[in-house]
Structures are given as structure tokens and as C-alpha cells.
Design a protein around this ligand. Sequence first.
Ligand code: CA
Ligand code: CA
Ligand code: CA
Length: 851
Amino acid sequence: MHRLTALAAAATIAMGLTATVGGASPGDLRLDRSDYFEAPGVDWLVFSNTNDGLFADAKISGVELIQQGVRTATNGDVRLSATPGQWDPAARFVSRRVDKASGTIEAVLEYPDFRYTIRAERRGGSVVLAVLLDRPLPARYAGQAGLNLEFVPSAYWHHAYQADGRPGTFPRYPADAMVRTPVRNLASGRSDGPGAEPLPFAQGRTVVLAPDDAARRVTIRTASGRVEMFDGRNQAQNGWYVVRQLIPTGRTGRVLEWTLDAASTPGWLRPAVIAHSQLGYAPAATKTATIELDRDDRRSLRPRLLRIGPDGRETPVPIPPARPWGDYLRYRYLRVDFGAVATPGSYVLEYGATRTAPFPIAPNLLATSWHASTDVYLPVAMDHMAVNEAYRTWHGDPHRDDARQAPLNHEHIDLYRQGPTTDTRFAPGEHIPGLAVGGWLDAGDFDIRTQTQYQVVRLLADGWDWFGPARGLDRDTVSVDWDSRRVELHVPDGTPDLLQQIRHGAMQLLAQFDAVGHAIHGIVEPDVGQYTHLGDAASKTDGLVFDPALKPYQRAYDQRGGRSGTPDDRWAFTSRATALNYGAAAALAATYRVWKGRDDAFADRCLRIARKVWDDEHSHAPDTFHHGNTTGGRLEDEEFAAAVELLAATGDQRYAARVEALLPAIATAFEGNALAIARAVPLMPPAFRQAVLPLVQAWTRASARTAAANPFGVPITTGGWAGSGTVMNQGIAAYALHRLFPDAVDTGTVFRALDFIHGHHPGHDLSLVSGVGARSKEVAYGSNRADFSFIAGGVVPGVLVLKPDFPENREDWPFFWGENEYVVPEGALYILLANAGNALEHPTVARLQPN
Ligand SMILES: [Ca+2]
Ligand SMILES: [Ca+2]
Ligand SMILES: [Ca+2]
């Protein structure tokens, strides 16, 4: 510690007692129990979260404000432009120091040739935020480097601001004066046009955000000069309002200082959240609601359960009192068990002023809850097809110009990489014919990620095997016509939709083998300018194969079809990877299993290629090219999956030998391989089952430990992408293993996973499946995110645990991909999990009528 700082700290400690008793007022910030500043309804975080390096900007970093339970400000840091976006430069985090005694949090950060300190000090109810420089700002950053603090637009819509007393209203939609900045936009790759940046919409020595609302009011006062307010949405739909001041040149020490005042409301407590299943409960089900309380909420209230009659009359139903669970993250939790209530009906739960949406207690809820995922979500995700729903076109027929061979040694922003050779007969940039067929658009973005394709195919094939027509998985509400490349929602065509989805995924896998002889990493737009596309996928490219003989934007039509001089076609990343080949082979073998007897020519083609891949890969050393999450999983896991699926498809004992040999290696990632292991057990000799049993028992014990770590009884991950998928995977693994080892695996895991997905989780109580349950995710990161809308049946990653203790899933702002982005496998996982729950609740029911 610096000598002067040490003296100041000692003085503060000496004065501490008097200050607490005599001087502190209720709105004063404290820095004692957590590593952030706190007052009632106000938390200032200072570099609790930092950029993860994958993107410069995920709007979770730097100085952040949580006001009355909503994270309204982020990215308080030195940035190089007024409204930086996802790929713009940000400083590298070096270190952070929290000095609770002096009430100071400091972070050191650096750009390649420029290091600085951000210091936040508590002064009464204010945070004094300063930028400190040891050396003057390098000349090349003059007019670029500034202190930024970003505010989420949705929290300030319909509110006032004032700049040195001049009143304004926050812009609901961006329409500011712009200045062209082609060089900077070229560097960040954020636009395929010339690019421009907004001019400020307000400026002053003192700005006040939302003076009209104590829940949102923040005052920012600069010690010298003026701050400016910008609207980042002029450049990117996910932009925020930015308060900014340029760093002066030629100075060292405390070069900028802002005083930040966020209104604190004495005695404010976050309203209780009653986490529960929005879908409802079967009469015989375990029924647990978890009440999430402000940690300072010491009231002891009695939860109430009310049955709603047809006339609106509310009848209280006796339930036991809530039991304390303890603290988790920043909240205190109570548990309510109302499993004894079995009378069908509509119910609500109440705790204090909090009241849930109505939920049913009724049989067969899970028999239909997955329908939105097959009727709507999966078809909307289909690439290379126009998708129509009644009066609405979701998208035209995208990417008819797929695809060009990716350039050598090229690393792509979406975790793709081409190695030093093409491993195909195509030259870099050359059109690869045959790829414009089948597959699903990966997520909120528009690439074909091969791992996604083969994972979804196998999951849906497992769903077909486990539940099949007997449980209504032959549902048909979607017309799919590959000849006209058209999909029509809510119009049956006589073929089960699940089988059509499996086929659509397999068609893309087959196309890859036909085109280049092996599975490729995927097909993805060339650059950020196209990657950020929002809107109809079919308008992202011109649909015409690139012809270098034509001029840009020139088109030509001949007997081969149309050609274009615009190089907008997606790129195929094609470096050989044995793991990918096995993954694709496994999915093709699974496709064979469900399609044989329906279309033998197609099924046989799938199996033929799967067997050929296996033989090829067993004739040479594996290709171990690996990058990001696009070149396959662990080699042993992928080979095991292929062996299991080929064994199931053919009965050939060569594959059984590899299944047995690989078991010890794949057991180190047991849960990820659980479905393949479960598929293998009935096909293998009894000794295999004996070898698997202790692995199952160990997994059960480990699962019980994770279940005890939080009030929700499921694994809650803490990475940069929230964990719905992890929860669903564990639930489905439990179901698959319970079928084989009923004494070793109980079914509680399946229902805890379902409850979690349906709303029994931290942060809020919304169902994470859009459109499923009375209140569900209606603002998500699908292709329609700029409309603050959703795609029914899609599942979002869910509750992201921000450091150090803040669970977040935003329903007012779709653009947090780690919280809100649909990915196709999650839709498939939900179909399986819901059916697993349904099968467990109704083990002997053959075919259910819709509720
Ligand atoms: Ca992607
Ligand atoms: Ca159909
Ligand atoms: Ca094109």
C-alpha cells in the first residue's frame, strides 16, 4: 500500500466508530460485507466483471450500477470511441484492489501502449470515479480515449433527463446527427457500409438521468469540462446510452473525475420472487416453490396458495409454512412444499405483495408443453427453406449461394478456423457446389455449425425411439417440401414433423460428405458486417453464386442459373477433423434407424456413408485439427457415439468391440456421454452393464452434491453462457439412466430440471421456454431480437450469474446473448426432457389426448 494511502486508511479506521454512529446517513454507501458499494436499492460494482476476451464488449464489465434490483449501467471504463460495440477495442484487465477500510476500489487496465487506473471512492452516498495516469495520454489516443459509462436504454425510456438544468426526454428510437467515420468502422468490421458515429444528444457539467423516478435517478457531475450523452443504437441495435468525457492530453495524475449519485431509497427491499413452475404441476407431483428475498428482508410472512374458481372467487388452500433454506448468491431463500395439494384447478401463490401468475394443477401438462418447439421453433430455424406461418413469412429461402471455400489460415469471429490446407479439391474462394441444402441456422446467428446439426439429429432420434408415435411424437402440423424449398407452419402434410426435422439435419450432413468427402466445421458468413445481420436470413446474401469474372453488384443469368459479382456467399471451413467425422457418422446412423422402412433409399445412403466414415477413420491416424467449438468434441467421445449408433443400426460386433474398449476413456466425461452409454447397454453383453453400474452410482452421488449447493436442486453454472443446457442435459441423462438402472437413479432430477426450466430458478420466475407457461420469455435473442420479441418453443440459456453474486436474465433487453440466445440443441433437449417427464408421470398411458 502507498504510504499516504495507508495513513488515510488508518485515519478512516480511527474515525470509523464516530462516523457510523454520528455522521453516516441512511443513504451512505458501505463497503464492508461485499466487494462492492451498497446503499438501499443501490449497488456500485467496480470491475467485479471484466471482458472475457472473446468479445471486447458483452455489456458486462467495468463500473456497473444495480439500482433497485436492475443492472442499469455498465462498462464504466476508458474506451476509444463514444459508442463502442461488440468488436471494438477494450482495455485488458490487469489487476483490481478492494480497500474496505478506506472505501476504495481500484482497477488497473491497459491498452497496448497506455496503462491507467480507474479509482472509485465512497463519499457519503456518492462514488467519486477518477481516471489516473502515470504518463500523459499517447498522442494517437487524443480525441479518442474517454471515460465512458453506459446506461441500458430500456430502463430510461419514458423518462426525463436534464443537462445543466436543460430538460429532455430519452429518445425512444435513435435518430441523432451522425458523422462519417469510415476508418474506424473498417477497423472494427462492424459495418459493410462506410460507417458513421452519432453526435451527442445532450451535454453539460452535470447530467441527471431520470430525475422523475427515484428508482432510476442518477446524477453525474464532472469536476471540469463537460460530459456528453450519446445513443449507441444509432450504430447497433444493441447499443446503450453512453455518458462520456474525453481524457485531456498532456496531463498526469487525476486527469478526470466524476461524482456519481444514484438515488437510494431508505428501507428499500427488493420485492420477493416466488420461483415456481409456470407450466404447473401434475396432481401427484412434488411441488416446491422457492421464495427469493432481499438479504435484508427479515420479515417472516406466511405464503398463501389460492385456488381460483370459475367465478373468480379465490379460496385459500392450507399449505405448510415456508422453511428457511439459507443464503445463495445475494439473496435469502425460503422453501414452500405444497405437494399435498392434488385437486386439479387454477392456483396462484402469494407472499406479501408478490403474487404469481396463475398455474394449473392438472394431469398431462407435459404431454403438450413441447409442441411449440416442434411446431414453431425448429421449423423457423430451418436453413435453405422459406418458412411461412399463416399471414407471416418468418424468412425466405436463405443461402442458395452456399458456399465458398474458406481462405487458408483464417480465424473467424464465430469460433471457426481454416487450417493451412483446404483438405478439399477446391481453391480458397472457389464455390463448392451442393452445400445449399438442409440444416438449421445455429442460434440467434445464421451459420450452419456442424456439431449443432449432428447433436440435434441424434437427440431427436433418441426422442423418437424413446417415445415415438405411442406418445404422440408422430405429431404433424408442419408441411415440409424440399422440392419447392418451402415450409408451412400449422399445415399438416402427412409426415411426422420430428422425422422431417431429423431428415433436414441429415441432409446437410450428407451434403458435406457428397461435396468434399468429409464433415466440415460449418458454413458461416465471411465477416462481422454480415455476421451482425438482423432480419430475414434470405436477404443476408443475394442468393447467387459468386462469379469473380463479374463486377461487384453485377449479375448474370445463363443456363447454370444466376451468378453475381458480389462476394457475399458464406464460407465453408473444411479442415479435416476426425472427431467431426465421427459425430456426423453417429447422426447419420441414427437417421438410418428412424427412416428405414419409410424411405429406404435415403436411409441406406445415410448408413452407407456412416460405415464408410468409420472404415476410413480406422485406416489412418486421426486428424486432430481443433479450434473453438466447431471441430468436434473429444475424439474418444465422438468415436464412442459413432460406435454405439453404428452398433444399434447394424448389430455388427466390430462396433461393440470399440464400445467396450472406449468405455474407460469416455467415463471421464460421464454425463456428456450418458445418452450414448444408455443406448449401448441393451446392445452389449451383461459385463458391459456391470462395468457401467458403478459409473452411474458415482454420477448419482456427484449430482446429489451439486443439487445441494443451491435452493433449486440442479447444477447452476457460473460461466459466460448461462446453464439451461446443463440442467436439461442432466435431467435427460437421469431419465435415460433411470430406464436402465431404476434402483441407482431416481427421477427427481428429471422433474427438478423441468421445474427449473419452467420458472423455478433464481432472478425471476419466468419460464425459459418462450410461450410455455403463463409467463415465459417474451423478449429473447432470436433472429427477431431487434423487435424485442420471441420465437415460441425456443429455450434461452437463462440465468447468468454475474460476479460476484447477481443472477440475471433480462426481459427488458434481448441482446445479452449469454442470457437470451436461443440455440437449436436447447429446443431439442426440451422436447426430450418434457417427454421424459410425461412418460414418468404416465408410465402406462398409451396415447394421450391433448389437454
Ligand atoms: Ca454461430
Ligand atoms: Ca409434417
Ligand atoms: Ca452471393
